[in-house]
Design a binder for this molecule. Sequence first.
Ligand code: HEC
Ligand code: HEC
Length: 311
Amino acid sequence: MHKVRSSLVAAVVASLGLGLSAQQAPPAGQQPQEIRVTMPRPDGTRADGPVVQIPRTPVVDQAAHDRGRAIWARECVDCHGTQARGGDGGGPNIIRTTTVNFDRSAQVAGSVLGPFLKAGHKTQSGTPSASFTDADVVALAHFLRQRVNDTMRGSALFTVGDILVGDRAAGEAYFNGAGKCATCHTSTSKSLAGIGKRIPAPVDIQQRMLFPGAGPGRGRGPAAAAAATPGPNAVTATVTPPTGPAVSGVLLEQSDFFVTLRLADGSVRAVRKAPGTTVTTTNPLQAHIDLLDVITDTQIHDLVAYLESLK
Ligand code: HEC
Ligand code: HEC
């Protein structure tokens, strides 16, 4: 039976050109996983295919994952949410999509996500996704692998207690010291006062800390920016043409040729990027995005233990 399944996996995988080796034995302690493959019908629509076993748990490279998380915060989180399960910017849950699942199963991270992004996909900054480097794609792929792993039974996200492994005092010291959190927050200022009571699950505190403003109605992201009264965390931009006055407003969209802004009077204006035009953007949450490049897991856990104690 196992043999039959394995050769089925090999056939399906080979037909997708993913190069996954079904011969490879699962590493000790790692159970095969079942996924349902969708098959193209002759008329071009897709039908549910067989449930197949993928004989290895994809490895998540932690360093690549962390780089991916920073790219995710910059380019994807507003639409797809912190967990890739959908966000208020109109992006769907992508955990079960073919692209994410096959990439997760592929031997080389990014080998399915890469072509998807090369073909062109939306980004928050307007940077064409086709221009992402191979390293960027691999990093995003590792980040998404972990998001899928997090939906599996037994992951830390579902055993919430596991997240409270940090040292509260070390978290407080980092908050007031090297983490520079205290340059913007205090334990009693509006964002953080009573956060441990307001947000009972430590995992949610962690998500809010790593991706502030990304939750529903949090005043960030394309949907929030497009609203007539943008939230306080909306990204703003100033466009300065070579001649004539500068224009400032909430950044709605940016392409190679245009910057679209919502002006203070509520009107929407697309400004052409004539040669010599400069665009400066201000993101009130930039410090949090930068944080993702430097913070370690230990510091994250310590901070969550500290924030959780603010009741
Ligand atoms: C402006 C909103 C927006 C942004 C930003 C965005 N996406 Fe999407 N994404 C969507 C929508 C909408 C879909 C649904 C299919 C479509 O319209 O392309 C989607 C679909 C996907 C899919 C599913 C493909 C499939 O197999 O069905 C993946 C994977 C994906 N996005 C990854 C990303 C990544 C990675 C980023 C950041 C680099 C990103 N997205 C940024 C809106 C967005
Ligand atoms: C440059 C200013 C700045 C720095 C530095 C900064 N933050 Fe923030 N932080 C913000 C802003 C702005 C928000 C968004 C306000 C909001 O949504 O409540 C925010 C939101 C948060 C939230 C979410 C609050 C909520 O209720 O959802 C947490 C948690 C948080 N920050 C923790 C930290 C920690 C921990 C550090 C240090 C590692 C830090 N911040 C550093 C500006 C900053």
